[in-house]
Design a protein around this ligand. Sequence first.
Ligand SMILES: Nc1ncnc2c1ncn2[C@@H]1O[C@H](COP(=O)(O)OP(=O)(O)O)[C@@H](O)[C@H]1O
Ligand SMILES: O=c1ccn([C@@H]2O[C@H](COP(=O)(O)O)[C@@H](O)[C@H]2O)c(=O)[nH]1
Length: 272
Amino acid sequence: MQLGEDQLSAMPGFSGTDKHSTMKSSPRVSGFEDIPRPFVIGVGGGTASGKSTVCSKIMEQLGQNGINEKQQQVVIISLESFYKPLTPEQIVLARKGQYNFDHPAAFDEQMMLDTLLDLKANKTVQIPEYDFKNHCIKSETLRTVNPTDVILFEGILVFYFKDIRELFNMKLFVDTDADTRLSRRVLRDMKEFGRDLDQILRQYTTYVKPAFEEFCLPTKKYADVIIPRGADNTVAIDLIVQHIQELLRGSVKSNAPQRSRHNSDSLVSRPH
Ligand SMILES: Nc1ncnc2c1ncn2[C@@H]1O[C@H](COP(=O)(O)OP(=O)(O)O)[C@@H](O)[C@H]1O
Ligand SMILES: O=c1ccn([C@@H]2O[C@H](COP(=O)(O)O)[C@@H](O)[C@H]2O)c(=O)[nH]1
C-alpha cells in the first residue's frame, strides 16, 4: 500500500503539503526522493531495555495503533519470531532456565534474512508468533505482513548478523541501565510468563547477562541513534517520529528507483 496525501496529513504532527503544490507548506528536503520503500529500521538493545515499548510509542505517535493490519503503514516485527524450534529435551531445560535463548545460534538466521528480503521486495510474508510461556511458535497463528512503508524490526541481536544488519536503513539502539533491565525482566517474566524467581535469575546469570556482553553490547557501535533510558526518552522518540514522518512524505512523492543507504549517508544527520 502506498501512502496517500490524505492519510499522511491525518497523522499527528504531519505538517503536510498544500494539495495543489508540493512545496508550499513544507518544502521537500533534497535527497528524500530516493528513500527506499519499505524503509527498514532495526531496533536493538538488551533484554527489557524497552525496545518493544519504544516501537509501540513510535507506532502510537504515528497514529498507527488500532488500524487494520492491511492498512498499516508501519509494522513491528520481533526477533523472537525467528527462534529455532526446540526439541522436547531442550524444552525441559528451558523450563528450568537452562537453555540459552540469548545466543545467536538460537535464531534461524536464514529465515530472518529471507523474510526481510521478501519484505524489502514488497512481497507479503507470513511470520510465526512466539509463545514465551511455552518456548515455542504458536502453531495455530501465522501473522500476515503486507507490503508496507516502514518496518521496525526489534530484538536483542538484530545487529549481530551481518547480512541482516546490512538490510537496515536506520539502526536504533535502546540503551537502558542493566539494573533497571534486570528488575523489569524479573517482573515481566513472573507476571506475564508465570516463571519463578529461581529460574529467572539462573537463566539471567548463566546466559542472558554473558550473552548480552558478548553478542549484544558490541553491536551498539553499529547504531545510527542510541536512545538512553528507552521509552522514557520522549525527546528521542519525538525526533525519530518526526523523521519517519518526513520519510513517509518523501516516499509518497518519489518515483525514483530504490537504493540502499550507506551508514555514513544517515538521514538523521541531514538538516531538516
Ligand atoms: N520506561 C519504562 N518505565 C517502566 N516500565 C517500562 C518502561 N519501558 C518498558 N517497561 C516495562 O519493562 C518491560 C520490558 O519492556 P519491553 O519494552 O518489553 O522491553 P524489550 O522489548 O526491550 O524486552 C515491560 O514489562 C515493560 O512494560
Ligand atoms: O522462550 C524464551 C525465549 C526468549 N526468552 C528471553 O527473551 C529475551 C529476548 O526478548 P526481549 O523482549 O528482548 O527481552 C532473551 O533475553 C531470552 O532470554 C526467554 O526467556 N524464553
